[in-house]
Design a protein around this ligand. Structure first.
Ligand code: NAD
Length: 435
């Protein structure tokens, strides 16, 4: 491993990431979807039904900008499926989002909710805008006008948004307020991921990382790995990565590497994760300059010889170019789509147990479901109750999917898709086609 601290501090330094696959995460998702429908013998008509969203809405969002001029943004909401219950999915603000990406992400949410047995369908929303170039006032106006345009789509019994890329608790508070103004009553169950003061759930912020760790421990148990004698590498030190690292650390695991956009930090004796979290909290979220570790690249982190690897940064990190060099025994996908479809079979041949994103990071949507339940009951749980129920649902989901894996002798990822698609198809058949 090279030490390129000097290079890292150069403003011109660009980290050599792993080569990117041509596959998009959505193509990867469709490939896995096709595998599952083939294995289940899903007929052509049902395939088409499952592959098409039930509703696609595009709206124009005119906003008076701070300079007094009118700007028009485009907003989308796609409901992929609502046979299991109201649809659920985040809203992202991004300059290069398009409707096809939103459709794929909405389908992804359908499978994720089905895997953890949350009674929701899948949806996704987006506004094509660059939040870095917008003031807080402009963002608020975009959010409120988007919500107003989507008033007939959203609803606690219909479709429930949540935060996603570049949206946060504040965005959800504006959506909830705008929706409530139109409804003439406070409707906090219309969104999740809200501030606790507005009906958000305790434990929601940590839920995704907590879920990652619950299923990782379950997988380690299957392989006979003892957490307190294991090594872990975590890519990404944001919400999901830092909480996953912290909870594995609390289990006694040795966290030998962590990383973020500034690079990766390696210490074979183990990194003090609470100290790393205090460090990033004091430095606007970055690990840059974190001492007591050797600097390595994010690509090198992925190839470390560890028991558990948790990619929790972004998509396409493990692909056909580096899959053969991955040495971890277990990979838990904290991020969405960090492994491309072409890497799946290489990792499987190497005997690596991959816990797929739609299972591993479903703790977030599970606690979103708890938030919705609490809002509807008007009765709020302790953090301890949230965590206990989350752990139970994640463990149950892991065991269920592991059972499907054994039954068909397929990978855990294939099993997750098979379980989810079979469940939605069964419900569709029971409900029948109206008309
Ligand atoms: P975040 O913005 O809090 O953190 C992302 C982290 O990844 C940061 O530390 C950032 O520096 C790092 N990063 C970005 N690019 C990187 C790169 N090229 N190499 C190494 N590190 C890099 O985001 P998050 O909420 O933790 O989400 C991370 C992933 O988990 C995303 O794929 C997201 O879709 C997925 N996810 C998040 C949640 C949730 O509840 N937050 C739920 C499900 C899935």
């Amino acid at each position: 491993m090279s030490n390129h601290k000097d290079l890292l501090s150069s403003p011109y330094y660009k980290e050599p990431g792993p080569k990117l696959d041509k596959e998009s995460p959505f193509e990867s998702m469709m490939e896995r979807f096709r595998f599952a429908t083939d294995l289940l013998g899903i007929e052509e008509g049902m395939f088409k039904y499952l592959a098409s969203p039930v509703q696609t809405v595009t709206v124009s969002i005119p906003v008076i900008m701070d300079n007094g001029e009118i700007e028009v943004f485009e907003g989308y909401r796609v409901i992929h499926d609502n046979v299991l219950g109201p649809s659920k999915g985040g809203i992202r603000y991004s300059p290069d989002v398009d409707i096809d990406e939103v459709k794929a992400l909405a389908a992804w949410m359908t499978w994720k909710c089905a895997v953890v047995n949350v009674p929701f369908g899948g949806a996704k929303g987006a506004v094509k805008c660059d939040p870095r170039k917008l003031s807080k006032r402009e963002l608020e106006h975009i959010t409120r006008r988007y919500t107003s345009a989507m008033y007939d789509v959203f609803g606690p019994d219909q479709d429930i948004p949540a935060p996603d890329m570049n949206t946060n608790e504040q965005t959800m508070a504006w959506i909830m307020d705008t929706y409530s103004m139109h409804s003439r009553r406070t409707e906090n169950a219309v969104v999740t991921g809200k501030p606790i003061l507005l009906g958000g759930s305790r434990g929601r912020k940590e839920a995704t990382g907590r879920g990652v760790v619950t299923v990782t421990l379950a997988a380690m148990n299957k392989l006979g790995l003892n957490p307190s004698r294991s090594t872990v590498a975590v890519q990404g030190f944001g919400n999901v990565g830092s909480i996953s690292a912290l909870l594995m650390y609390e289990q006694g695991a040795r966290i030998v590497a962590i990383s973020d956009v500034s690079g990766a930090y390696y210490n074979e004796n183990g990194i003090d994760i609470p100290q790393a979290m205090a460090y990033t909290a004091a430095r606007n979220g970055t690990l840059e300059g974190f001492e007591g570790c050797e600097s390595i690249s994010n690509a090198e982190l992925l190839e470390l010889d560890v028991d558990v690897l948790i990619p929790a940064a972004k998509e396409d990190q493990i692909n056909r170019y580096n899959a053969a060099d991955i040495k971890a025994r277990i990979i838990a996908e904290g991020a969405n789509g960090p492994i491309t479809a072409s890497a799946d079979s290489i990792l499987d041949e190497k005997g690596i147990l991959v816990i797929p994103d739609i299972l591993a990071n479903a703790g977030g949507v599970t606690v979103s479901y708890f938030e919705w339940v609490q809002d509807r009951q008007g009765y709020f749980w302790t953090e301890e109750r949230v965590n206990r129920r989350l752990n139970r649902m994640m463990r149950e989901a892991f065991n269920l999917i592991f059972g499907v894996k054994e039954q068909y002798n397929i990978t855990l990822r294939q099993a997750a898709y098979v379980y989810a698609i079979d469940k939605v198809a069964k419900v569709l058949r029971l409900r029948g086609i109206y008309g």
